[in-house]
Design a protein. Structure first.
Length: 223
């Protein structure tokens, strides 16, 4: 490959972990120059934990409810993550909002995948809200995480036209397929030292990105 050492990565999840699986598969196939060191979940016994176990990746569950408040939870989570000395933290379906202390501690080293074309449709239930609004297009975004919820500088987006009468489940599935393209891509750029956050600017190949890289999905809008 190249002489760049493998990037140590921690992945945070809350559920299925299909994006985590994509990263594991890409790493094992030599497509991303990473070493996924550990997986953290805020919920016990979720399928994503089993995926980590199957891949022999250490997994930890830190539930918010086991701590008196958010600050102590995040301090513990940060210190546990720090013990791995990672170069990158990937929020891959991690559904807890992380506060300023945590986010600023890892600034420039945390990315998130969000199921919408940010800055549109921050927050939860994006597929349902997009369909209810009668949007023509939907997508997913990988962005650096900052204090602003789902508001950090965007790196790459996947966009598809919504089909006529498309169900929420089908749309969610098609968005997931795009996520499996853009998340490994962003991680690959970081692992190859091609991507960085400088201030609020995304730098790719020494150039400031004016707007996120856009990948258009193959599916045509049906009549
Ligand atoms: C993904 O669609 C991801 O974009 C979303 O959760 C899903 C996790 O799926 N993340 C958020 O909504 C974060 N606000 P997965 O567990 O199968 O990877």
């Amino acid at each position: 490959m190249n002489n760049i050492p493998r990037l140590n990565v921690i992945v945070l999840i809350s559920g299925e972990g299909t994006n985590l699986q994509t990263l594991i598969d890409a790493e094992r196939a030599g497509k991303i120059n990473t070493r996924i060191q550990a997986v953290f979940s805020d919920r016990p016994k979720v399928p994503g934990i089993k995926r980590a176990n199957r891949a022999n990746i250490p997994s930890h569950c830190l539930a918010h409810s086991d701590f008196p408040n958010r600050a102590t939870y995040e301090l513990e989570l940060a210190s546990h993550i720090d013990s791995y000395e990672p170069g990158l933290i990937v929020l891959a379906g991690f559904m807890k909002v992380l506060g300023a202390g945590f986010v600023n501690h890892f600034r420039g080293q945390i990315i998130n995948i969000h199921p919408s074309l940010l800055p549109r449709y921050r927050g939860l239930d994006t597929h349902r809200r997009v369909l209810e609004a009668g949007e023509e297009k939907h997508g997913a975004t990988v962005h650096f995480v900052t204090e602003e919820l789902d508001g950090g500088p965007r790196i790459i987006q996947y966009r598809i036209p919504i089909k006529a009468k498309e169900s929420e489940a089908e749309l969610a599935q098609r968005i997931h397929e795009g996520e499996y393209i853009i998340l490994p891509q962003a991680v690959a750029w970081l692992a190859n030292q091609r991507l960085a956050l400088e201030g609020n600017d995304v730098i790719l190949d020494n150039q400031k990105l004016g707007s996120p890289i856009l990948i258009e999905g193959k599916h045509e809008r049906s009549p």
